[in-house]
Design a protein around this ligand. Structure first.
Ligand code: F6P
Ligand code: MG
Length: 449
């Protein structure tokens, strides 16, 4: 049974058995669909592959079907094979501690991470190197990015116009115009998160394009239910920026990652930061999360004249981005902690290396819903709980500057100013839709003091 277990865990985490939760809905309906999507993808790839690959694909399909069946029938979750990674022991320990977790009666965060980790072991177990390296979500990631043409070209134009025209002052003499630009660019990176494939994969081209672009962003401002952008600006504009490093713990590949690199380029170009480190996942994760290969894919797509025919702004932008990567002003980092099932409350012990590294960053930006769930321990906090409190050890007194840019797609959401605000939102989007449907968002900041 879900329960709060210690004074440091004052609220229970959401379970897949929590009545009426997004977690429950996910376990019962969304996971079987997501796994079926994986089966379809493998079969599609196998159909045009050689006989050996078709043969090995059958084993993968069998294993995925077995897992889907276990989910549908709410069976026990079984230990993972430790041969496929040093991190797997951690999953098995959590599973053993849970004693009798089943798919529909386990902590949502654990169960969902377990599912994606198990998928990775299914591919790793293949005797065929082709399938061992196969990203079962690549087709979806690529196809969706190719549908983002309008927003990509529009954002490229905005970036080039801004960076050509604005004379960026040096800190601390930043102007009101520069502040407004910071607010705008932060929102671009925020709403880039609205096109997460695990939630929105059935959208039409028009619907996807409706979620992107300047107009959509402007309209969505009122839907930011906790907005600390002013505080972030105050912090950035009142502290020295000469050696400032900003870390971005990425979420999704494709359009969202594009908005992240544009945001990062703006932070560098404006002098707000001197160096950006992007953190990616080690393996295919939560359908659309960015892996190292997705970084290469981004550039391949951006270079593709068929997908993005209007080159006026894209070419100079891509040149600039390449230069940032080549000179090390932007770089990619990996750490196995990001694909564990742990909440970030235990980062200091379970991800000591990455924790130490983030301690020397001037600002750590966590993108997306899953990172937010991990920051808040997927806890069912009252919505008015201050963000700095919900992030536990990473909050007050940690010294860490944490910024979460997240569109709301789960059960947890904190940082609201009052119960009246919560009631207004419930009225506007009943049944907690405002916490779940991806149309509302948070820009939450903790200054670590
Ligand atoms: O709630 C929907 C969901 O698929 C969750 O399973 C997961 O937390 C999230 O969306 C992934 O979204 P994001 O890509 O923003 O982390
Ligand atoms: Mg994601």
């Amino acid at each position: 049974m879900p329960s709060a277990t210690s004074p440091f865990e004052p609220v229970a985490a959401v379970w897949t058995s929590t009545e009426g939760s997004m977690a429950q809905q996910t376990a019962i309906t969304r996971w079987p669909n997501i796994v079926q999507g994986m089966i379809d993808d493998v079969e599609k790839t196998a159909a045009t592959a050689g006989p050996l690959q078709q043969d090995t694909a059958r084993t993968i399909v069998l294993c995925l079907s077995k897992m889907k069946n276990e989910i549908v029938k709410d069976q026990a979750m079984s230990p993972l094979n430790t041969a496929y990674g040093r991190d797997i022991g951690g999953f098995n320990t959590l599973l053993a501690e849970g004693q009798n977790y089943t798919w529909h009666a386990s902590p949502w965060l654990f169960a969902e991470c377990y599912m994606y980790r198990r998928v990775a072991t299914i591919f790793a177990a293949s005797s065929d190197p082709f399938w061992q390296k196969y990203d079962v979500f690549k087709r979806q990631k690529d196809e969706t990015f190719a549908k983002s043409r309008n927003a990509v070209e529009e954002l490229a134009m905005r970036y080039i116009n801004v960076t050509d025209k604005v004379e960026f002052a040096s800190s601390p003499n930043w102007t009101e115009e520069e502040k407004m630009l910071f607010l705008e660019m932060t929102q671009v990176a925020l709403w880039g998160n609205a096109t997460d494939l695990s939630l929105l994969s059935n959208l039409s081209l028009d619907q996807i394009q409706g979620l992107q672009g300047a107009e959509a962003i402007l309209k969505s401002r009122k839907n930011i239910v906790d907005d600390d952008t002013e505080d972030v600006w105050k912090y950035l504009s009142s502290t020295p920026s000469a050696d400032r490093r900003i870390d971005i713990v990425l979420d999704n590949a494709g359009f969202e990652f594009f908005t992240d690199v544009v945001y990062a380029a703006y932070l560098l170009r404006s002098g707000i930061a001197q160096c950006i480190k992007f953190h990616v996942k080690d393996m295919p994760w939560f359908v659309s999360d960015a892996t190292p290969d997705d970084v290469d894919s981004l550039f391949q797509h951006l270079d593709n004249h068929e997908i993005f025919p209007d080159r006026r702004y894209l070419d100079p932008l891509v040149r600039q981005l390449r230069e940032y990567f080549e000179t090390g002003k932007m770089s990619i980092r990996q750490h196995p902690f990001w694909t564990t099932a742990h909440s970030f409350h235990v980062m200091e012990t379970e991800g000591a290396g990455i924790f130490r590294s983030l301690c020397s960053s001037s600002l750590v930006i966590f993108k997306g819903d899953l990172n937010y769930r991990k920051l808040t321990r997927d806890g069912l906090w009252p919505h008015t709980t201050p963000f700095a409190e919900a992030i536990g050890p990473l909050g007050k007194g940690s010294g860490l500057k944490i910024l979460a840019l997240r569109t709301n797609k789960a059960d947890v959401c904190v940082g609201l100013e009052s119960e009246e605000h919560v009631a207004r939102l419930e009225h506007e989007a009943p049944g907690s839709a405002w916490v779940r449907n991806g149309k509302y968002a948070v820009i939450s900041f903790s200054d670590g003091r």
